[in-house]
Structures are given as C-alpha cells and as structure tokens.
Design a protein around this ligand. Structure first.
Ligand code: ADP
Length: 161
C-alpha cells in the first residue's frame, strides 16, 4: 500500500493544486493532502475553511484524505505512515527552494523521499497568492479556482465579480 503526503498551505486551493492531486491519485494507493496550520503565515482562510474547500473540490476522488497538520512535515509523514512526499514544481524558483527542503528532510528522515511532479503547462503561472491579489481588486478568478472557492473568496473580500 503506497501512501503519499501532498503538503501545502492551500490558501486557497487552485486548479494547479488540483492537477497535482489528480495526477498523484493515479500513482499512489492513498493520497493524504496535508493542510498546514501555520498562523505565522497569516492565511486568508482558516485551516478548517481550507480543509473544507479541498474536500469539496476532491469529492469525486476515492483515494484522497484531507488532513490538517502543524509542526514538522516529516513528523506528520511518520504519523501518517507515509514515506513519500509529493511536491509540485512550477519554475526554477520552486526548484531551488524545494531541493533544499527535500535534501534537508532526507538528512533528518532518510526513510522519507520527496517526489516532484512538474506542473501542467496551463497552470505554470498559477499560485494562491496571485488568486488572492486579483480577487482583492475585484478581478474574476473563476478560471483559476473551483466555483465553491470563488464564492468563499467573494465573501472574504466582500466582492461581487
Ligand atoms: P506552500 O505554502 O508550501 O508553498 P502551496 O499551497 O503554495 O504551499 O503549494 C503546495 C504545493 O503545490 C507546492 O509543492 C507547490 O509547488 C505546488 N503548487 C502550487 N501551485 C502549483 C501549480 N500551479 N502547479 C503545480 N504545482 C503547484
């Protein structure tokens, strides 16, 4: 049974994240999407809201579980009995950061490996930050995130786009 963790902030989940989730689900037996609860990052959405949006967006997938976590990713992976971490790679900037994290994680947790999936080209530019920035100024974000997420962003920013 191959279980992997796909960790992130998902503040909020985008079509870029969902693409990685769908592709991972075809590779592993069970995918645990780990939603980082880190208030220092000052997220727009609470961890409960982020979990809910991910659950709604993945409800058609049978081998996904959405689980909030805080603290070290390697501790969470061990707790979940998962020895594979999945990360998405968009550009060179992602690569440098991700390489450092993956290598240091292997130093302290050699039994855990990180696997990278490269972004689908149509989502290469997409990030949660860009979605929030557009939404804050009233730009319609329906091409970037699922409709349930659009509605929640509208509520947050009190916008009608
Ligand atoms: P973090 O706060 O750790 O950067 P994110 O929620 O932004 O977490 O992203 C979680 C993971 O999803 C990361 O591996 C990130 O590289 C990946 N990711 C985010 N957006 C995309 C995208 N458009 N295409 C592919 N991977 C993506």
């Amino acid at each position: 049974m191959l279980r992997a963790i796909y960790p992130g902030s998902f503040d909020p989940v985008t079509y870029g994240h969902l693409d990685i989730i769908r592709r991972s689900c075809k590779i592993v037996d069970e995918l645990v999407v780990g939603v980082l609860n880190n208030n220092a990052k000052m997220p727009l959405f609470s961890v409960e809201e982020r979990v809910k949006m991910l659950e709604e967006a993945t409800k058609d997938l049978t081998n996904v579980r959405i689980v909030p976590f805080h603290g070290l990713l390697i501790d969470f992976a061990r707790q979940m009995d998962a020895f594979v971490i999945i990360r998405g790679l968009r550009a060179i900037t992602d690569f440098e950061y991700e390489l450092q994290i993956a290598q240091s994680n292997r130093k302290v947790a050699p039994e855990i490996d990180t696997v990278f999936l490269t972004t689908s080209i149509e989502y290469a530019y997409l990030s949660s930050s860009i979605v929030k920035e557009y939404a804050r100024y009233g730009v319609d974000v329906t091409q970037f995130v699922p409709i349930e997420v659009v509605d929640r962003i509208k509520e947050k920013y009190n916008r009608a786009f």
